[in-house]
Ligand binder design. Sequence first.
Ligand SMILES: [Zn+2]
Length: 170
Amino acid sequence: MLAFLFQQCYSQSDKTKKTSMDKTQGLPDSSLVNRTNDEWKKLLPADVYYVARQKGTERPFTSKYELSKDIGTYYCAVCGNPLFRSDTKFDSGCGWPSFYEPISKTSIIYLKDNTLGMERTEVECGKCNSHLGHVFDDGPPPTGLRYCINGVVLDFKKADEARKKYDSSK
Ligand SMILES: [Zn+2]
């Protein structure tokens, strides 16, 4: 069902522009990613765990951030890593918060995702390797990219809190 919904979002090809994404950038600190699933499960709210660590997808049109026009920065809800600025957010109509550019080259990492019979590029947090969503090449200028992100793994206002909680749990 969700695969079908994702597919509806594609206005063009779902092949991403690999050349514009440098896979050597943003490699995470390995000490942050060696948690077991049980450890993550204890640390995270259930909905965040499902998306961030089990690569789940939240139901479309359910995120409080989907239509938000608030100015500021979106952080990783797991570790507080800055991911996107609100001025790169746009209304894609897909049902998930969408951005055309990450905050920096190292803020996220890219992985090939061939699940669900589709060739997609998964995006993960560059700091803690949490699953965020996918990136497609049908976005607006100047990048032409559409970062389709699960709102549940974004944190707009409570980033400092998330970072403290994450750091103190190390
Ligand atoms: Zn993170």
